[in-house]
Design a protein around this ligand. Sequence first.
Ligand SMILES: [Zn+2]
Ligand SMILES: [Zn+2]
Length: 232
Amino acid sequence: MKLTVLGCNGPYPAAGGACSGYLLEAGDTRVLLDCGAGALAALTAVMPPEELDAIVLSHLHYDHMSDMLPLIYRMQGKPKLAVYLPEEPAGTRALLAGAFDLRDLSQSGQIGCLRMTALPVRHPVPCFAVRCEADGKAFCYTGDTNTCESLAGFAGGCDLLLADACFTDALWAENKPHLSARLAAGLARDAGAGHLLLTHFTPGCDFAALLREAREVYPRAALAEAGLTVRF
Ligand SMILES: [Zn+2]
Ligand SMILES: [Zn+2]
């Protein structure tokens, strides 16, 4: 499998950056995970979006889906792309109805050679962690979440964990919408993940602190970066 980071900012893009967007490839199967501001341009630099097998939107916050709107224009007159997404918020979901083949993300699905499962996580709007498996390899993406009891089991044994690591220790709290880098690292450790990629970086955040705090728990932790490709 191969993961390409198209964008890793949230909740808005850094100068020259992009919000959440990740291209997951397994064999001939290509899936876009999230499609935030700037992700569509980055994807288009790598492949024609209409050749995707599916798009998976972890949740419908704008930093994870706003580039779906201009994609509507690009897809006009072309076969409808399969888009897996939560049912709520209904008003945001309705923006995509008609333009795409919308499917319920809470159900397991087969996308090309990828077997996809989803787990509800803890965020202010319905959000799902996503696990994709093919050829004995497994990838897991937390989506946006704070601590979630069942997540380590869901991510268990995955080869690569892509985890929300928005906050340093100093900024994290139990009632915030995101994990800290340290908690993301604890998740990777508890799940027995082969590799950990930290993501969801607020412009201007303290990257050194995020990486240091994560590596105190999980020494192989790495920072996502637009353009980064990971093979596993
Ligand atoms: Zn977000
Ligand atoms: Zn969010």
